[in-house]
Design a protein around this ligand. Structure first.
Ligand SMILES: NC(=O)c1ccc[n+]([C@@H]2O[C@H](COP(=O)([O-])OP(=O)(O)OC[C@H]3O[C@@H](n4cnc5c(N)ncnc54)[C@H](OP(=O)(O)O)[C@@H]3O)[C@@H](O)[C@H]2O)c1
Length: 298
């Protein structure tokens, strides 16, 4: 049994993790209990609680808004993890930090490996990479888990937006030239639990960066079609109304047709082989992850 400090419990990953960590002693903290923009509060809390392990899914995740709030994004995504890492090092504790596929520029055709060059295109991606670098510089035992396109039954996310839009409108227009792996918060939490059973933080060769996504790849358009298909399949079984927009009415558009403040990588599919080889842990295929989440929706 470990003494774990878990941040961001009102976020998608934090919420999913909190539900699964019951066999450990967990200090599960929301923003009111630990504001990560308050450095002194982080230090005070770490010194008072003395955890063995810090799991930090809390983050500034508003990718487009970060372009106009870079300082706040860096404070939460880079400075707060650095302070958590410094305090953890004093306690001989370990740290799990979640990072992002947006550390890559997306120009690679094949799946990204952890050894590939990073080159974030957005403030969000840069701030998360700065968090990774700060943790590495402190030098404590850590796992940096780069995940992608996170959604789940709980919280605000792309899946919820598509279901809402497809229930209100006859047709949708969705970007079809950005590729990655939609990853459910539930799959992430399951895989973290498996990791906790096998990770030996004092083994220096296990410390490092790991890709941590559901398997396979699709585009936002492909993901949207799968969401609508799965929703309607379950609606038939439950004898409920189908969505207004059918898959045939989801138009495939380009990134140029849908300009956003933050530039996103065209391909951010992450190869998870290192995770499998080091820990024998893997996340399911993204379609399987989607089915699980859809079945758990109210
Ligand atoms: N979402 C994605 O698509 C995605 C993709 C790749 C990587 N990731 C990474 O995966 C991790 C988990 O993401 P997620 O989707 O679970 O994020 P999320 O649902 O957006 O949750 C983030 C959490 O961070 C909390 N937070 C924000 N500012 C804070 C502050 N100043 N002090 C304390 N807590 C604060 C938020 O609190 P409130 O609830 O109070 O707002 C929220 O609960 C993050 O590290 C993220 O960077 C996410």
């Amino acid at each position: 049994m470990k003494k774990i400090l878990l941040t961001g419990v009102n976020g998608q990953v934090g919420y999913a993790l909190q539900k699964k960590l019951s066999q450990h002693q967990v200090f599960a903290l929301n923003r009111e209990q630990l504001d990560l923009s308050d450095k002194d509060a982080i230090r005070r809390l770490m010194q008072a609680l003395k955890p063995d392990l810090i799991i930090n899914p809390a983050a500034y995740t508003a990718v487009d808004k970060a372009e106009s709030e870079p300082e706040l994004a860096y404070t939460i995504n880079a400075i707060a993890p650095q302070i958590l890492a410094e305090e953890a090092a004093k306690l001989n504790a370990a740290l799990i930090y979640f990072s992002t596929d947006y550390v890559y520029d997306g120009s690679k055709i094949a799946d990204y490996l952890e050894t590939d060059a990073v080159n974030p295109l957005s403030v969000y991606g840069k701030s998360k990479l700065a968090g990774e670098e700060a943790i590495r510089a402190v030098g404590l035992p850590h796992l940096i888990l780069r995940t992608s396109w996170v959604y789940g039954a709980y919280g605000k996310n792309f899946l919820k937006t598509i279901i809402r839009l497809a229930s209100e409108r006859d047709s949708l227009r969705i970007v079809a030239d950005q590729f990655g792996a939609p990853t459910s918060a539930e799959s992430i939490a399951d895989a973290v639990m498996e990791l906790l059973a096998v990770w030996q933080p004092q083994q220096a060769n296990q410390t490092g960066v790991y890709h941590f996504t559901n398997q396979g790849k699709t585009s936002w358009h492909g993901f949207s079609c799968a969401i609508v298909n799965e929703y309607n399949r379950l609606a038939v079984i439950k004898n409920e109304d189908l969505l207004k927009a059918s898959v045939e009415n989801i138009a495939a558009i380009t990134t140029a047709d849908y300009p956003t403040p933050a530039v996103r990588p065209a391909n951010s599919t992450l190869n998870n082989r290192k995770l499998k080889q080091t820990f024998n842990v893997s996340l399911p295929n993204w379609e399987q992850g989607l089915q699980q989440v859809m079945q758990s929706l109210d």
